[in-house]
Write a protein that binds this ligand. Structure first.
Ligand code: 5GP
Ligand code: ZN
Length: 114
């Protein structure tokens, strides 16, 4: 059994609030939300630990992921703005090493991030 927490969420062994999915992508709510909308979008398969591992073989999955993010932003009525970010490595705050993008919205987001 995989020890990766996000692999276990995709497999249904750990509960999460699903908000969307495609063939290669799964989206669910972060359990420690940093904004009114805080959704994590991940590849179903553990194809990369972080964005540092991405290559041309991930093009279809990434296209699905960005399309699903835009759909969720529409569904959540984030017409005033939203952010899609990924943390790479400890200094960026990465804590789970299964590639994921944070979709954040529903409040004014500062720039640059802290
Ligand atoms: P990172 O810090 O790696 O960029 O983001 C990991 C995110 O995963 C964090 O925002 C954290 O709150 C979220 N997270 C960690 N464990 C779980 C979990 O078991 N369920 C859910 N829904 N989110 C989780
Ligand atoms: Zn994983």
């Amino acid at each position: 059994m995989s020890e990766c927490i996000f692999c276990q969420i995709v497999a249904g062994r750990i509960a999460a609030k699903k908000v969307g999915e495609t063939t290669h992508v799964y989206a669910f709510r972060d359990n420690n939300p940093q904004a009114p909308t805080h959704v994590l979008l991940i590849p179903r398969e553990h194809v990369a630990d972080s964005a540092a591992d991405l290559g041309p073989q991930h093009a279809v999955m990434l296209t699905e992921l960005f399309g699903l993010a835009a759909k969720i932003a529409r569904d959540e009525r984030l017409e005033l703005g939203w952010r899609l970010v990924t943390n790479v490595g400890p200094e960026a705050g990465q804590s789970v090493y299964h590639l994921h993008f944070h979709l954040l919205g529903g409040r004014s987001l500062r720039w640059p991030p802290g």
